[in-house]
Design a protein around this ligand. Structure first.
Ligand code: 5GP
Ligand code: MN
Length: 363
């Protein structure tokens, strides 16, 4: 293995791909590297592991399972490891039963990780996002390939294939497979996982989805015969009655609208979660609802947990929630969708948030 593979980041933006002047040169380099990686490194590897970030979402699980099936189609076995559990509305994904959840099966996860010789790091770009998987990622002998679409990647992988304009990691996984030279290995199963990733990271194509490249990839996935309406239904029409009642309660009783700051927020206490028999994923997407109020372009959702408050941010237009989350709540994400954490109690966290509002806008 030559040193040429070491610490190599490709910030290959979608607009490069659609710009014929820039595209050929960049793509040829990326393609060549990915080809080399696949042909030499990956094909020599016996213990391939796919990992994603804490609180895995549809893109995290969809990307990892897509690569898992793709590798199977190419005659390779792999293990998928998630740092903690993920919502039930993703459990129908093909291969979901094979996923090792570290918090449930720590010894197996640690064993698989520490013996890995090739690790794909999917949908995150900083080891801090990987929970307990962090130490293994930082150390260990495995060759690491990161595929991700978040801004400001840190240099911890051997190869990083990043595109911050891409809708999702799932879209990039498809492009990665194409560049590896075997898109024919993307069958209906792989395509179903990838479509789920793209659909969930774009709020069903309502944001993060203005690049023509996304639709080229989607068109390729549809050619594999996926049932997109069924996938939508499995993800969005599979919730409990409790979730809908909790949504009603949040919107009616817990939403605070601050028109002077074009902002709204919702908070949920541990007690309230218990009242509604909350299970993981029940509040997924609640943060988006207040954005539909005329004049509101920034929304926060505060979720009280035992030892911290989890925050989710969404915006419309230019307000950069990633920057806001990085600076104030030890978080990150994308311009219009990000998250963070607070060790203050719920009330103090909300007070801190509200006190920041007069200072965050330039316009
Ligand atoms: P969500 O609000 O759906 O949990 O997350 C929205 C986006 O923000 C996702 O891209 C997710 O990866 C990112 N994100 C959420 N929480 C955190 C966090 O605590 N730290 C960082 N760096 N990113 C986060
Ligand atoms: Mn993503």
């Amino acid at each position: 293995m030559g040193d040429s593979f070491k610490k190599c980041i490709f910030a290959c933006a979608s607009d490069d791909i659609t710009n014929p002047v820039k595209s050929n040169k960049i793509l040829d380099t990326v393609k060549l590297k990915i080809n080399q990686v696949i042909k030499q490194r990956l094909s020599d590897s016996e213990k391939i592991v796919l990992v994603s970030h804490v609180n895995p979402d549809g893109d995290a699980v969809g990307s990892a399972l897509a690569l898992h099936h793709y590798l199977k189609n190419s005659g390779k076995t792999s293990h998928v490891i998630m740092p903690n559990n993920y919502p039930d509305f993703l459990k129908w994904l093909p291969g979901s039963k094979e996923v090792i959840i570290l918090t449930r099966n720590e010894s197996e996860a640690q064993y698989v990780l520490s013996n890995a010789d090739f690790i794909f790091l999917l949908d995150f770009n900083n080891p801090d996002r990987a929970g307990k998987v962090k130490d293994i990622i930082n150390g260990g002998q495995a060759f690491k390939v990161m595929i991700d679409h978040h801004p400001n990647p840190s240099e911890f992988a051997d190869i990083a294939y990043c595109d911050i304009l891409s809708s999702s990691t799932a879209e990039l996984v498809f492009r990665f497979i194409e560049m590896a030279g075997n898109p024919e290995l993307v069958d209906n199963t792989v395509a179903t996982c990838l479509y789920t990733g793209i659909m969930s990271d774009t709020g069903s194509f309502s944001y993060n989805s203005s690049q023509p490249e996304t639709y080229r990839v989607l068109s390729e996935l549809l050619k594999r015969g996926i049932d997109k309406d069924h996938i939508y239904s499995m993800v969005y029409d599979n919730f409990s009655e409790n979730r809908l009642k909790l949504l009603g309660y949040c919107l009616d009783r817990k939403m605070v609208v601050l028109p002077e700051y074009k902002t709204a927020y919702i908070s949920l206490t541990i007690k309230e979660k218990k009242q509604y028999n909350y299970i993981r994923g029940d509040a997924e997407g609640f943060v988006n609802y207040p954005l539909s109020i005329k004049g509101i372009d920034f929304v926060a959702f505060f979720m009280e947990n035992d030892d911290h408050v989890k925050l989710s941010f969404r915006s419309k237009g230019k307000f950069d929630t990633n920057d806001f989350a990085v600076k104030n709540f030890n978080g990150g994400g994308h311009i219009n969708a990000s998250g963070g954490e607070s060790k203050l109690n719920l009330e103090d966290t909300i007070n801190k948030f509200v006190s920041l509002l007069p200072h965050i806008r330039v316009d």
